[in-house]
Write a protein that binds this ligand. Structure first.
Ligand SMILES: [Fe+2]
Ligand SMILES: [Fe+2]
Length: 214
């Protein structure tokens, strides 16, 4: 990223490029190696493979939403440092997205068919909360990442015990989501009202329940 001021058209094109890269392109080159790179494939039975693929599809859908949220927040961020922090997190989220997609393919399945829906919904929520101001935008990120960490912990409980490749990816993601949340708090996140947190949990549940199957 250069230091040049981006015009509204530049931002629009960059946003459209990111949306296409996230929902329409296969996982390409990642900035960092897949955490499962040195781990041997385990001998999973059919139902274990299908369950692991369902959970990784949910995680992939979450990463599609994370891309959209961070892009939505970054587009309307007022403070340049906060915008850069969000772009940095979005770059890590892109690696998560690609690692999940690679794992789903290894398990013989495909990502959620509803990726465009997850992206559009999360982008709108990200931009809308960002318009309220950076401290609310950061508050939204801190709460999202807190909920994502809890969700990833539940997947570490739910993944087949022998599926070390999926586990390595989910563990790395969980550590980085925690860091994203801590960074948002350090940057001045406001604590969201209880009903908003509840609504976020409801929306996340709807997405995760659907993406496991579709
Ligand atoms: Fe992530
Ligand atoms: Fe994150």
């Amino acid at each position: 990223m250069t230091n040049r001021e981006l015009s509204p058209i530049d931002r629009l094109l960059a946003g459209a490029n990111n949306a296409l890269r996230t929902i329409a392109a296969p996982a390409g080159h990642t900035a960092r190696d897949n955490p499962a790179i040195a781990i041997d494939e385990s001998d999973l039975n059919t139902s274990e493979r299908s369950h692991a693929a369902g959970l990784m599809r949910v995680n992939h859908a979450g990463e599609v939403a994370a891309q959209a949220l961070y892009q939505g927040h970054a587009t309307v961020a007022r403070d340049k440092n906060i915008e850069q922090q969000m772009q940095h997190a979005a770059a890590e989220e892109f690696d998560h997205l690609a690692w999940c997609e690679q794992r789903i393919q290894e398990l013989g399945e495909r990502p959620s068919r509803l990726s465009p829906v997850w992206y559009a919904g999360a982008y709108a929520i990200g931009a809308a909360s960002g318009l309220l101001g950076d401290k609310w935008s950061l508050g939204f990120i801190a709460e999202t990442e807190r909920q994502v960490c809890a969700h990833l912990d539940s997947h570490l409980d739910g993944l087949p015990a022998d599926d070390a490749r999926s586990r390595a990816i989910v563990e790395k993601m969980r550590d980085e989501e925690a860091e994203h949340g801590e960074n948002a708090i350090l940057a001045g996140a406001a604590e969201l009202p209880g009903p908003v947190k509840k609504l976020m949990r409801f929306a996340a549940k709807l997405m995760t329940k659907t993406a496991y199957w579709v």
